[in-house]
Design a protein around this ligand. Sequence first.
Ligand code: FAD
Ligand code: SF4
Length: 496
Amino acid sequence: MAKRLIYVAHDNLNLAKGALASASPSTDEIVLIESARMLNSARWHRQRLFFMLSAARHFAAELTRLGYKVHYLKASDTASGILKLKHDFAEVIAAEPSSFRLTKSLSSIGVKFIANDFFMTSRIEFRNWAESQKSLKMENFYRWQRARLDVLMVGAEPEGGRWNFDEENRLAPPKEPHPWPDYPRFERDQIDNEVIEEIANLNLVGSLSEQTWGTTRQAALQQLDFFLSNSFQDFGPYEDAMTSRSWSLYHSLLSPYLNIGLLTADEVVDRALDTFRKKKIPIASCEGFIRQIIGWREYINGIYWFFGEDYREHNQLNSKRRLLPLFEDASATKMNCVSTIVKEIENRAWVHHIPRLMVLSNLAALADVRPDEFLAWMRRIFIDAADWVMVPNVIGMSMHADGGQMSTKPYVAGGAYISRMSNYCKGCAYDPKTRSADDSCPFTTLYWHYLDRNKDLFKKNHRMFQQYSGLRKLKDLDETIARGDNVIDGLLRGEI
Ligand code: FAD
Ligand code: SF4
């Protein structure tokens, strides 16, 4: 009898999930495809391309070692790669792809999908939840997840008596010197080195010298062990802090592995709960971490599928500016926070959620950058980027381009927030406390500029009441708006 052909996407690298869960070398052959369309479609960060290609090649080698016949193809695109082999097989199966584009393309050539179980919440479960809600608040979804999955629950009540520990978990960076964890570095093997050589001549960005990202399941497990033993304890209190003294703080660095399948959300949650009980990790840290995995991660994936393919095109605030040069070049700004963060991205293709949200996206929103331009940049530059995760995080959460479908109020802030949560402002050319002077912090100036230029849209939003009563009280509003116009022009010229 003809065998089945299993297509393993670059984000399905797991033997126990997706189409491979029911596979065997006697009934199935495997295909993985390096698509030229993907490779040439953008100026990717070197770390990202290296990580994706090398992890897939390592996984293909592992499947071969387990006795599978593996077809590792280079093709113009995924569908044409599959079509080259399809006629020799009874059927082609794959896990439901994680993007609309790939779903369409594989459906059009008759690939059969089996449910995507790389998430703890199926697309149908999320839809049912969303359709039962008046608003799609993440907090409500998270509480539903806690109860449904029976995570950190004592009967029907949250363990520790509270659903969240945000008050404990919003500390500014501690006094230095502070013993920040020193994260593992992963030695390159032969497959890694082959990939490095192959991509050396491509038109990419960023540096490959930091060895932060491993490319095997073993490396992913090592990273998980390291996090649970060294950083989990302090994850909560400093999860929103930013400091030039540590690029990682206590973050887990697990998103790249989770997003390509080398780790799965359920195993990370099980290991975290086990460590919490055995090592007496503070509940604020455990809850803070669990919230990220069963709350934010699952919610974002649910939102991507729930809002549909056109969601990415929203631009409710009608933003018109092109991408600012400082996102591509740390030397194109005197803003210490931005240049420090962009340099970190150049090194590792990673920064944690607060630099992404409250510095980079905040600046893009305040400077009126088009959401599609900013999305495209983030998508090609971050190690853990994927369509399902970038689109809601950028269009909904951080740019508020969806007219409030996801969050009722925009995540924008002036320099005071960055000053409180980081040590960046001490070494900066700008002053976070003023708004209309020549050396005023661009964030502070543009915060008021943003509120003023979007007042027709936001003035009826009761969650923005306080901000708008602040705006009405400004005595130097005209000067602030004039400086805001100059700041946007200066940012576009790379001179601020
Ligand atoms: P931790 O801080 O240790 O958190 C643990 C895990 O929680 C992460 O590994 C991740 O899997 C999950 N998580 C937390 N927040 C989110 C979220 N908002 N969306 C999805 N998962 C979340 N995360 C990505 O995985 N890929 C992206 O492309 C991505 N883009 C983002 C863009 C913006 C504008 C913002 C605000 C956030 C984005 N995030 C993205 C979420 C978050 O920044 C990263 O998941 C996190 O920084 C990864 O580092 P970590 O593994 O150390 O995370
Ligand atoms: Fe960033 Fe403003 Fe602080 Fe400078 S003063 S580091 S621009 S927040």
